[in-house]
Design a binder for this molecule. Sequence first.
Ligand SMILES: [Zn+2]
Length: 325
Amino acid sequence: MIGDDSLVIRCLAIETLTITTDNHLMSRPPLLEALSSRALVCDGAMGTQLLARGLTSGECGMLWNLNRPDDVGSVHQAYRAAGCDLITTNSFGGSRFVLEHHSLAGRVAELNRAAAQVARAAAGDNGWVLGDVGPFGDFLEPVGEVTADDLRAAFRDQIAALIAGGADAILVETMSDPAEAAVGVEAARLCDKAIPVIVTYAFQKTAPGEFRTMMGTTAADAMKIAVNAGADIVGANCGTGLSLEDYVELAKQLVATAGKTPVIVQPNGGSPRTENGQTIYDATPGQMAITAQQLLSAGVRIIGGCCGTTPEHLAAMSRAVCVRI
Ligand SMILES: [Zn+2]
C-alpha cells in the first residue's frame, strides 16, 4: 500500500543501503540470496536505445560492444540510474547461429566477452549482470535440422564468454520452444554448475485466459519444463499482442505452477500498433508502474521491461517496487 509508514521506512533503508554500496563499502550478495529478501528490477529494451544512438537496421548491434562501448554502456547506465538492479548484456543475437548472418560466427567469444565487460563496468558493485542468450533463430530437430547437441555447443561457447566477461547470471530469453530453453540451461550448467540461470518465454494469447508460446506450449507446461531443466528463475518477456492486463493474468498462471521457483515478468510497453510502417508502443510510465504493482501482487519477484520500454518506464516501475517491498 502506497503511503504506509513502515513500507516507506523500509524503502528508505534500502536507499541508504544503496548509497552505502555505491561507496564500495559493500558489494552485491548472490542474486538468489538477494531475491529471497526483496523483489528486484531488471532493465528494459536495448535495441531501441541503440537505434536512437544511430544503429541502423540490418547492422549487427553486437559489434557496438567492441566499436562503440560507450554508447552501449550509456544505455546500461541509464537503466541503472532508473533503479534497475539487473542489467542485461547486449548479446541477444550472440550465438554463432545468429552471428553467421553477419559473417561474424568466428567472433562469438570476443563479442560476448565484450558485451559482458561493458555491462559489468556499468553495473557497479551492487548491480547484477545478466548474460543474455536469445533464440538461435531456427527450429531444433525434428522440425528443423539443428540437433540439440549442436545448439548446446553453440550456447556453451556464448555463455562461457559471457561468464568470462563478468556475467553474474545467464538469461535465456524470448524462448518459444521449451526444448531450446532446456538446452540453454544445460549449456549454462556445463560452463558453471552454480551460476543462476533465468528462462523467459514469449507467449501469445490463444483464447480468453490461455497463453501459449509460438510452439503451442501452455504457460504451465513451459514453466514445468524450464524448472525440470534446472532453471532457477522462470517467467515471461516480450510476447505477441499482449495487453498489460494480459501480462498480469499470465503472471498469475506462471506463479500458480512455479512452486518455490521465483517468477520474472518483463512486459512490452503495452500492445503495439503499426503507424507508417513503424511499431509504436503506447504505454506510459505511469501505466507500467501500475502493471508493476499488479505483477508484484500476483507474486512476481523480478519485474522489468521488453520491447518499447525505456529508462523512463523502468524508473516508474522501480519506484513501484520500492513502495511494495
Ligand atoms: Zn521484446
